[in-house]
Write a protein that binds this ligand. Structure first.
Ligand code: PLP
Ligand code: SF4
Length: 339
């Protein structure tokens, strides 16, 4: 029997398993408009979903303001007509990732860190994502692929940290994650395990007891890098999830993307940093948008980004100022973008 979708504002959703919440995610523009009391006249018909599918779980939609066509959370997921007008400098693979992909699903761009593409899918489809056009079909995520990763890591002892990324690595069930992590733990060279995930934000119930047990029993130091762009994304459920991670001794950082129409404002970014600190997450990176096809309307000229950043620095202690960075293909690290 297909269970009814329970709006989370009733509070009932807290008891819902994350996988169930995932399976009930909104996947059509019409559904989303109805949920938010908005019309196609206000928002367009959402045809850009042909370019990149619409996907957003109810737990995230709950934090959007009903009737507001300019809601900063809605903007991150709504297939806007502007996506069809992509200038030619906005590319399919802006980071040249397909080139630094020695074996399927593993990226080794920076000396001491290897990044694995652990899954192809995400809990939410973010319109500005640089991977929206990434060719995941080429990536293998099987146990055979994991074996290749292990072989590669052994041959590269300079790597002491593995980053599980994606897609979203927490789309993997805990039992599968446990298998992968246990294989990584056998490599003495590794000190840290980093997880880049948007799932704990989108569906906070993803922070399960079994995931926390895995962290507690790991010999590696765990780092969870959240992806929160706007203070309105943080609600009580997110705060509770972060608290649980903190109690499990997981270091929590946040990366955000600077997005026109969403958070390109020093006041909003200041509030984001303050609220992150309140829930034991430290700001890590503020990324300039990667110039991916379809996302040009989120971009802002670099001098404008730098001006916002200067205002942010003037309002916060240094430890609450994320590093403003951009990816420059071929560079040995992320590039500081303040000059
Ligand atoms: C961003 C990124 C990393 C991590 O960089 P840090 O500066 O360590 O956070 C690692 N590998 C790849 C391919 C990346 O894009
Ligand atoms: S990789 Fe991250 S930013 Fe991109 S769509 Fe998935 S959750 Fe969103």
């Amino acid at each position: 029997m297909k269970s009814a979708i329970i709006p989370c504002s009733t509070g009932v959703c807290h008891s819902l398993d994350w996988k169930k919440q995932l399976s009930q995610a909104i996947s059509t523009p019409q559904q989303l408009l109805e949920r938010l009391n908005l019309t196609a006249e206000q928002m367009g018909d959402g045809q850009a979903q042909q370019l990149f599918r619409l996907k957003v779980p109810h737990a995230y939609v709950d934090r959007m303001q009903k009737g507001n066509p300019n809601d900063p959370l809605l903007r991150q997921v709504w297939p806007s007509e502007q996506e069809f007008n992509s200038p030619s400098q906005y590319l399919i693979d802006p980071l040249g990732e397909q080139a630094s992909n020695p074996i399927p699903g593993l990226l080794h761009k920076y000396q001491s860190r290897a990044l694995t593409i652990s899954t192809a899918s995400c809990a939410i489809n973010c319109r500005y994502c640089f991977r929206r056009a990434f060719n995941y079909a080429d990536q293998a995520f099987s146990r055979q692929a994991w074996q290749q990763w292990i072989t590669y890591l052994k041959a590269h002892p300079e790597i002491n940290e593995v980053i599980l990324s994606g897609g979203d690595p927490l789309m993997l069930a805990d039992a599968k994650l446990a298998e992968l992590i246990s294989a990584l733990e056998q490599l003495p060279q590794l000190k840290r395990l980093r997880i880049h995930s948007r799932l704990p934000l989108v569906i906070p119930e993803r922070i399960t007891d079994s995931l926390l047990d895995l962290a507690a029993n790991s010999r590696l130091k765990w780092i969870l890098v959240w992806h929160i762009n706007h203070p309105q994304e943080i609600d009580d459920r997110v705060a509770a999830a972060a608290k649980r991670c903190q109690q499990a001794n997981i270091l929590q950082l946040n990366q955000a993307v600077l997005l026109r129409g969403v958070n390109a404002d020093s006041g909003v970014l200041k509030q984001l940093s303050e609220q992150l600190f309140d829930i034991d997450i430290l700001p890590y990176y503020l990324h300039l948008l990667d110039k991916v096809t379809g996302a040009a309307h989120f971009d802002l000229p670099k001098p404008e980004a730098q001006a916002i950043y200067a205002q942010l620095m003037a309002q916060l202690p240094g430890f609450l100022v994320p590093k403003l960075v951009q990816e420059v293909a071929g560079e040995p690290s992320k590039s500081f973008a303040f000059w």
